[in-house]
Structures are given as structure tokens and as C-alpha cells.
Design a protein around this ligand. Sequence first.
Ligand SMILES: Nc1nc2c(ncn2[C@@H]2O[C@H](COP(=O)(O)OP(=O)(O)OP(=O)(O)O)[C@@H](O)[C@H]2O)c(=O)[nH]1
Ligand SMILES: [Mg+2]
Length: 214
Amino acid sequence: MATLKNIEFVTTVAATCNLPPPCGAEVAFVGRSNAGKSSAINALAQRKRMAFVSKTPGRTQHINFFRVGTEQYLVDLPGYGYAAVPAAARAHWNELIGSYIQSRPSLRGIILIMDARRPMTVLDEELFAWVKPTGTPIHILLSKADKLTRRQADETLRRVDHVLRANYGNCSVQLFSSPKKTGIPEAAEIIRNWLDHDDNKKPPVKGNKPGAKP
Ligand SMILES: Nc1nc2c(ncn2[C@@H]2O[C@H](COP(=O)(O)OP(=O)(O)OP(=O)(O)O)[C@@H](O)[C@H]2O)c(=O)[nH]1
Ligand SMILES: [Mg+2]
């Protein structure tokens, strides 16, 4: 079974110009503020408090790098869509996230976290538009699945899978819960695959234009 143990914090970055050199392989965790990105990293790492988790949205304000192997990294990004931060800070985060996602050569795959109770928001769709031209694969974790009944969770999974099949190639989805540890082996397998192999990127989809920034 694939694991992501022995993770260690490496560095935190507040501006694109300070990003570490793009050597090796990276998998980024993106999604709406408070969706559960940092919690998912902790759950996958089987650590309690490595990435900073908070009930207050907008807690991850910088890009945080965690090493999972020789020149292999998980990257925790600030969330998008949190209305309560000042417009200037929001614009800065969008710039940071956008330029990282669209131009990072070492980025092998994106884990997109969506609250299973509110999947595929407009901002999530805008993120797809950013990513699609790059050919970077996306795997969606429908987080907080523990807050839904089994039936609701399965229905949500089916619905999101249907949208992906119709609109987005190179994209997959699963249910996830950090406190219940649901979905960890599946997600770890995908991340390991991305980190260990460099053949996951498909050619960019023709005719696609980047959308507005989330
Ligand atoms: N029930 C439940 N709560 C979760 C889950 N994942 C995260 N949470 C809770 O949701 C809140 C936000 O979690 P974070 O991991 O900090 O979310 P984030 O996406 O990193 O948030 P920002 O850094 O602010 O963008 C915290 O109170 C977590 O305990 C989950 O799978 N189930
Ligand atoms: Mg966070």
C-alpha cells in the first residue's frame, strides 16, 4: 500500500519570487478556504499537527512545502474564496496561487479539495479553467464526507464524477474524511504515482482558454 509517511516541513513562502527552485516533483493541495486542505495533508501524513488547521477560514496564508521523499514535496496552498479577507490580500493570494499553478515546472498533479456538502462551486470551476491548459492532472477529494449520510455521499460522488466525465479529462474524484481517515489509501496511491512517475501529464486540451482567477 502506498504511504506518505516521514513527511517533514521544509519552508513557507509568501511571494512567488521566493519559491524554492523547481527541482524534483510536487503535488499541490488547492481548494476553497476551509475546505480541509491542511487537514488532508495531516491525515495523509498520519500526523496530527504538521500543516496548520483552523476553524477560521483563511488560515493558510502562505505556500507551505513538505518533503515526502528525496526531492518530492506536498505543497499546501492558501484557500480561495474567503470573502472576509481584505481585497488586497485576496488579490495577493490569487496571484500567488495562480502563478504557482500555471507555471511551476515541477508540479506533477493537483489535489483539489472540495467540501462534499458544496462541491463544484463557481470558483472550483474557474480553477479547472486555470489548470486545463497546463495538462496537469487533478484528483478531487470530496472532504468532510463524514458530515453526509452514506447515501448522500455516494450520490455526490456520482454527480461530480458525471460532471468530470462530461467536461474534464485527466481528472478523478473520491470521497474523503480526515477525522474518520476515509479514503487515505486511494489518495496516497495517486499522489505516490504522480511523485514517482513523470508520465502523467497529457498534452493540453486544444481550444481552452484560462478563465478568470478564483
Ligand atoms: N468533519 C470534518 N471536518 C474537517 C475535515 N477536514 C477538515 N475539517 C475541519 O474543517 C476546518 C478547516 O480545515 P483546514 O484543514 O484548516 O482547511 P483548509 O482548507 O486548510 O483552510 P484554509 O487554510 O483556511 O484555506 C477545521 O475545523 C477542520 O477540523 C473532514 O474531513 N471532516
Ligand atoms: Mg490550510
